[in-house]
Design a protein around this ligand. Structure first.
Ligand code: AMP
Length: 181
């Protein structure tokens, strides 16, 4: 089962691994079990704050839906505004959107236009980075809206899915990484 390549015992013990979910052959890394352990949850936020304090970020952005859980306490601790990146049709104000290709089919993400200010340095937060496709579309959306989003921090990374190649132009940080079994 998923060998740890960037080790972190506290987090590894808090992440439930579920075989063949949502379909056969996928090892699912469940972050709901981190939320059940306040010590592990607060560790994640502390590490994110340590990584980004005094780096001059102007905002935090996060990806629906599990990214919200980590980004909200992180943004509060940083004293920064929080930008929600949502699936099409969920945000009530004027939006900017990006269409992107998934393994099967395509998807559209949106942000509120007024949340972005020209030149803003934004760090994007998500729970897990696999192929990096969703994160890349998010970074491109923020940059097309006028920001300078070049940083990403995720709790879990799966580098064998090669997100580092897709996101070679960006600075990607993770708290724990797993290799193929
Ligand atoms: P990706 O665009 O391939 O980086 O993955 C998009 C999202 O799918 C991630 O942010 C996760 O929420 C979810 N995801 C993909 N693979 C897994 C996995 N093995 N376990 C848990 N969540 C996953």
């Amino acid at each position: 089962m998923g060998e740890i390549v960037k080790k972190n015992n506290l987090l590894d013990n808090a992440i439930r691994k579920i075989k063949d979910f949502p379909k056969e052959g996928i090892l699912f890394y469940d972050i709901t079990s981190i939320l059940q352990k306040p010590e592990a949850f607060s560790y994640c936020i502390d590490e994110m704050v340590k990584t980004y304090e005094n780096t001059g970020m102007n905002a935090v952005a996060c990806i629906e839906a599990r990214g919200f859980l980590f980004a909200a306490p992180f943004a509060l601790r940083m004293g920064l505004p929080l930008i929600l990146i949502r699936k099409k049709g969920k945000l009530p104000g004027k939006t900017i959107e990006k269409r992107f290709v998934l393994e099967y089919g395509e998807d559209v993400i949106q942000i509120h236009r007024d949340d972005i200010h020209s030149g803003d340095k934004i760090v994007v937060v998500d729970d897990l980075i696999a192929t990096g496709g969703t994160v890349k579309a998010s970074l491109e959306l923020l940059n097309e809206a006028g920001a300078k989003a070049v940083d990403v921090i995720c709790v879990i990374g799966l580098p064998f899915l090669r997100y580092n190649e897709l996101l070679a132009d960006y600075n990607v940080q993770t708290l724990i990484e797993y290799d193929r079994e």
